[in-house]
Design a protein around this ligand. Structure first.
Ligand code: GLC
Length: 547
């Protein structure tokens, strides 16, 4: 690895920060977050060390799925601002060294999108084939309802034209027909439009869903759906060489690998895939106080193609899905972190944020983020994680974790000066509400979570070998310990985590040299191929290993 590589393949050691414009910062006092407010906060990201912002959908929408139900792919939701304000935001972000990516929803539109309104008006509509219609729900169609609390079928009968349309998600989100070349052209046009306005790529929503063509009468037009992903990536590269596709693919590792493209190549489909499996096994490890489940996942996790990278995360905007654990394992995590039914969702996940799950134990919270920034992969933060926001269980479903950003104490949380009744979501209350948890109080407190995250980001950026190096797990003789080493030919980092509430000593075998603390001051010597590393309960230590 040369240092210029870290600039070219910038995503490999980026710090990605996901936010929803609607709940981040209100700039005009109407109670809704907007691009003007977000632009005012850009220096906050720059100070934190974030290098890339991921915007959740900000396009016009009836907002029945938090903006993932789109009615116009070419403009900005008027509640959030104008295209002009969007362009100013991107430009200001660029000036502070921040790239911006945004959600790209190819799988479906809102049922209120003019394309679908036209499609359902008559079988002769020019947009009819932009969606997937059948006389009867086909037997060979896709399986599995995504939101079992709201839907019981993937096909909805449309009385007017006497056919059923496919919807993998809610029935108000009809699936687009990607087997239709006109739809594929339009989606390329959408990408081109936003790239032209300065985006550096996309977080691609629901990838395996839109690539599946089972049950689609036009499937023969798209014999290998992966060819479509290769096309999309090639188009992206032609338009904007540094742009990325960060894909939502929640599948077992071996199935996810197919979405990176040719395993022998540099990676010609998705640039990054979220590590859903590693994330879930980390929670199991936390529940057990044993690093073994996480170590197993990382040993099993294949290397992505040369230029690609895993995207790692602790929480995202959806439920904390535990669908890749066995039933017993899931029950263990539920028992530890979300025992009551209103904390659980769809029988597979938790609608909680991390600090409340860990009973507010900051030692553990800090350890988890140390894992996020030191394990191989590109860390993705969800807004508010850096200050330890909690969820609001009084809000329905997944929205419990999508409450306004907490900048200051007070009922409006510094998010907006308007009457909180007008906010798009209620502010969190109680122990994790804005009076206890906010940016202002944490900014100058060296022991705050915010200061800790900042230090982790600095350490992570100073040690590109964490993202670029060869990864190995070092046996430390105790399951409560997790020790890993990342090395390039000229640098090496050694990282120690303690999953238990006991102080421990990690006995490590390493080549002679020194271990220099990255996060705090300190040095240990490795002599005779051995070193003892003392580590506090739920502690973590990062070292640069020099010989
Ligand atoms: C993805 C998003 C989720 C959304 C769904 C449908 O899974 O993460 O929030 O509801 O797609 O667009």
């Amino acid at each position: 690895m040369r240092l210029t590589d870290t600039a070219d393949l910038w995503w490999k050691n980026a710090v990605i920060y996901c936010l929803d414009v609607e709940t981040f910062q209100d700039g005009n006092g109407d109670g809704c977050g907007d691009f003007v407010g977000l632009t005012q906060r850009i220096d906050y990201f720059a100070r934190l060390g974030v290098t890339c912002l991921w915007l959740m959908p900000f396009l016009p929408t009836p907002d029945r799925d938090d903006g993932y139900d789109i009615t116009d792919f070419y403009s900005v939701d008027p509640r959030l601002g104008t295209l002009g304000e969007f362009a100013e935001f991107v430009r200001t972000a660029r000036d502070r060294g921040l790239r911006v990516i945004a959600d790209l929803v190819v799988n479906h539109t809102s049922a209120e999108h003019p394309w679908f309104r036209s499609a359902r008006s008559s079988r002769e509509s020019p947009y009819r084939d932009w969606y997937v219609w059948r006389d009867e729900p086909p037997r060979d169609g896709p399986k599995g309802v995504v939101f079992p609390d709201k839907e019981d079928s993937l096909w909805e009968y449309d009385e007017n034209t006497d056919q059923y349309y496919l919807h993998r998600f809610y029935k108000h989100q009809p699936d687009l027909n990607v087997a239709n070349p006109a739809v594929r052209d339009e989606m390329a046009r959408v990408m081109g439009f936003w790239l032209q306005l300065g985006l550096s790529g996309f977080r691609v929503d629901a990838v395996p869903f839109f690539l599946e063509t089972a049950g689609n009468a036009d499937a023969h037009q798209l014999p290998d759906p992966h060819d479509y992903l290769v096309d999309l990536r090639a188009f992206l590269a032609r338009r904007q060489g540094e742009a990325v596709l960060l894909g939502e693919v929640n599948l077992p590792y071996k199935d996810t690998m197919a979405f990176y493209g040719d395993p022998e190549g540099v990676g010609d489909e998705l640039t990054m895939c979220f590590d859903f499996v590693g994330m879930q096994r980390m929670y199991l490890a936390l529940a057990r106080g044993s690093s073994a489940p996480l170590a197993e996942a990382l040993r099993e996790r294949p290397e992505p193609p040369r230029d690609a990278q895993w995207a790692t995360f602790v929480r995202n905007h959806d439920e904390l899905t535990l669908d890749k654990l066995t039933d017993d394992e899931r029950e263990e995590v539920f028992a530890a972190f979300g025992p009551s039914e209103d904390m659980q969702l769809y029988g597979r996940g938790l609608r909680r944020r991390l600090p409340p799950m860990l009973g507010g134990d900051m030692r553990r919270v800090k350890m988890v983020y140390s894992l996020l920034f030191s394990l191989p992969g590109t860390p993705v933060l969800f807004y508010g994680e850096e200050i330890g926001m909690g969820e609001n269980l009084a809000v329905e479903g997944r929205a419990a974790v999508r409450t306004p950003m907490q900048w200051e104490p007070g009922p409006g949380a510094g998010f907006s000066t308007a009457d909180p009744e007008r906010f798009p979501a209620p502010v969190t209350t109680g122990e994790f509400g804005p009076d206890e948890v906010n940016v202002r109080a944490q900014r100058r407190d060296p022991d705050s979570l915010l200061s800790w995250i900042k230090r982790l980001v600095e350490g992570y950026r100073e040690c590109p070998e964490l993202a670029w190096g060869e990864f190995e797990i070092i046996d430390a003789g105790d399951d409560a310990l997790f020790v890993h080493r990342c090395a390039t030919p000229d640098r090496a980092a050694v990282i120690v985590h303690n999953f238990s509430d006991r102080p421990l000593e990690a006995e490590l075998e390493l080549p002679d040299g020194t271990l220099d603390d990255v996060l705090v001051d300190g040095t240990l010597s490795v002599r005779g191929g051995r070193v003892t590393v003392p580590i506090e309960p739920f502690g973590c230590r990062w070292f640069r290993h020099s010989r």
